[in-house]
Design a protein. Structure first.
Length: 277
């Protein structure tokens, strides 16, 4: 039983150049099914196509739900092969609440909810979680794995930059509310309503449905628009730096140690110590 479980683990969880023939075949099948699911979700909203092939969409949804359910159960079974989830009970529970496992679970839950719930707005909203099936593909394509690695490495900087942008949004919207409220009480009726102006101005979109009319409001709005260009350059710069670091490590065959944070050279597994200067 353990050898069978290990064989399934090699097929389901092995990534990178170490993939065996069965693992590569499974990955290819999975990518094809994910792509077909994306196409089905899009075409299902086209009335003419949905009316012409109603049974095709239903049958494919049953097949996809069965396929992803079996995959989820198998991953839950083989996860104890990983050192982090060795315990047969607590290890599986810890795996079940991991990001990857939750993505797998959210991808199949809407199908089962649809059999126990009436067709309400809540159910239609839950069906949107079918789009989580697309996130399966991140572990099987190198480009998406790079994006995932960049987001992981730079998460603190990204959270900090977006927090700063949020603070600026609230502050600028609050000031604009007090400037324009008397001149336009319907448009700038409250600070939450003025947040829409703040979003469109900071992102330099400017839809035109909420614009200042007073001279002070126009001056302040112009300042915020210029500031928005610089603000949204912060996460862009952070992501660009992250991509450069990850791609540089990949070219030098380096991986980051999850315990000490140092870079490990795969040739000889020697730690590479960075010069702080």
């Amino acid at each position: 039983m353990n050898s069978l479980r290990h064989a399934f683990y090699q097929v389901l969880e092995t990534a990178g150049g170490r993939r065996s023939g069965p693992a590569r075949a499974f990955n290819l099948v999975l990518i094809v099914i994910i792509a077909l699911n994306a196409l089905a979700i899009v075409l299902h909203t086209v009335r003419d196509v949905n009316d012409r092939f109603p049974s095709l969409f239903i049958d494919f949804e049953y097949f996809s739900a069965l396929f992803f359910t079996v995959e989820y159960v198998l991953r839950l079974w083989v996860c104890v092969e990983n050192e982090r989830y060795r315990h047969p009970i607590w290890g599986r529970l810890r795996y079940a609440v991991s990001t990857g496992a939750l993505i797998h679970l959210f991808a199949i839950l809407p199908f089962y909810f649809s059999h126990f719930m009436a067709d309400t707005g809540l159910l239609r909203m839950l069906r949107l979680f079918r789009i989580f099936r697309l996130f399966h593909i991140t572990r099987y394509t190198r480009a998406l794995r790079v994006i995932q690695q960049v987001a992981t490495d730079k998460k603190e900087e990204l959270v900090l930059s977006f927090t700063f942008i949020l603070f600026m949004l609230v502050i600028s919207s609050s000031i604009m509310f007090y400037i324009e409220h008397e001149a336009q009480p319907k448009v700038f009726s409250s600070i939450p309503a003025t947040l829409w102006w703040g979003v469109s101005t900071l992102t330099t979109v400017g839809y035109g449905d909420a614009v200042p009319h007073t001279p002070l409001g126009k001056f302040f709005g112009g300042m915020i628009a210029f500031m928005g260009v610089g603000l949204f350059a912060l996460p862009t710069g952070i992501l660009a730096s992250g991509f450069a670091e990850v791609l540089g490590r990949n070219r030098r065959k380096l991986i980051r140690c999850p315990h000490c944070g140092e870079d490990i050279h795969l040739d000889g597994f020697s730690h590479v110590v960075h010069d702080p200067h």
